[in-house]
Design a protein around this ligand. Structure first.
Ligand SMILES: [Zn+2]
Length: 326
């Protein structure tokens, strides 16, 4: 081998090591779980805060109840669509949310710019009825409202609008009168951080739930929000590997994978155990994977937490926030 060949070979070996490191060296995993946590994670009741029940091509209410029961998911909701049949089937197990259908219809028919307008034809009835719906317990919040999903999900559904805008302020204002929640799907960036801190301060009785624990956010970014505002929480759907696989995206799990929970995420959850909840997010026709979504959570995520924290994250936070009796 001549010297140029040798140099090329060394460069190739270096690049191989280096790219391997980019993938794996930044991910350090939490310690192997203890037997008590493994056992509890398998059986602990779960509140699913990202349980989609689309009105178009959605699951039947019987299917929703059957899947929840089969996985000991005791409570569910947090996102739309709001459906009467599901509300009736779930009764006090339901965490009903409105607004997703109206938000999506407005987006598809009028484009993203009108999503910020209070005088929006698609929001008119909802804004008119929402006080009565909250008062009657028919809804507990609004969601999932997508303000910025510019680099995730199906391309025709993407948009990027400010989260602090007049229409969102109207949603926050109504929810604030009832201690309700707003579940937002946004991506982490400086603008969003400013917006959500301002909204959470202006509407202290409204709980913000960040879908998927805020895509693109690092644990430090979430800690920054949790430290400054008591009324910001997040739900962990789509932070493992299953959703990437279903969406055919080659990306490691964001917070955990089959090897376990990443150390930085474990530290975040243990520092703010009262801010984290669970979600399945079987969106877009993935209903058949519900069992797999819950099994992933019970196998690759929950066992790495302390038993007290497992219970908080799995259901106790949800019972407290949504004022549900066990
Ligand atoms: Zn969703």
């Amino acid at each position: 081998m001549n010297s140029l060949g040798f140099l090329m070979k060394m460069k190739k070996i270096y690049l191989l090591i280096h790219s391997g490191c980019l993938l794996f060296c930044s991910l350090s995993f939490a310690q192997a779980p203890n037997p008590q946590s493994i056992a509890l994670a398998k059986t602990v009741p779960i509140a699913d805060l990202h349980l989609h029940t689309y009105s178009r091509n959605g699951p039947s209410s019987q299917d929703v109840v059957q899947r929840m029961n089969a996985n000991n998911v005791r409570w569910g909701g947090g996102v739309g669509d709001l459906r009467q049949d599901i509300a009736e089937s779930l009764g006090s197990r339901h965490i009903p949310a409105a607004g997703q259908r109206e938000f999506a219809e407005s987006f598809f028919r009028q484009g993203p710019s009108t999503l910020v307008a209070t005088e929006n034809l698609y929001f008119r009835d909802l804004f008119g009825n929402a006080h009565d719906l909250f008062a009657a317990g028919t809804i507990k919040g609004f969601g999932e409202l997508h303000t910025n999903n510019e680099s995730s999900g199906p391309k025709p559904f993407r948009r990027n609008i400010r989260t602090d805008n007049p229409a969102m302020r109207k949603f926050y204002d109504i929810a604030n009168d009832f201690g309700g929640f707003i579940q937002i799907h946004a991506q982490h960036n400086t603008e969003f951080t400013e917006d959500i801190l301002r909204l959470a301060a202006d509407y202290p009785n409204t709980i913000t739930i960040l879908s998927h624990c805020l895509p693109l956010a690092q644990p430090d970014d979430l800690a920054n929000l949790f430290k400054q505002r008591k009324n910001i929480m997040c739900e962990m759907s789509a932070t493992g590997e299953l959703h990437n696989r279903l969406a055919r995206v080659t990306r490691p799990g964001r917070a955990y994978n089959a090897q376990g929970l990443y150390t930085k995420w474990k530290a975040l959850i243990e520092a703010f155990p009262d801010r984290i909840m669970l979600g399945s997010d079987m969106c877009c026709g993935w209903d058949a994977f519900y069992d797999e979504a819950i099994t992933e959570i019970r196998t690759h995520f929950l066992p790495y937490l302390h038993p007290d924290v497992i219970e908080q994250v799995a259901y106790k936070n949800a019972l407290r926030v949504f004022k549900i009796q066990f």
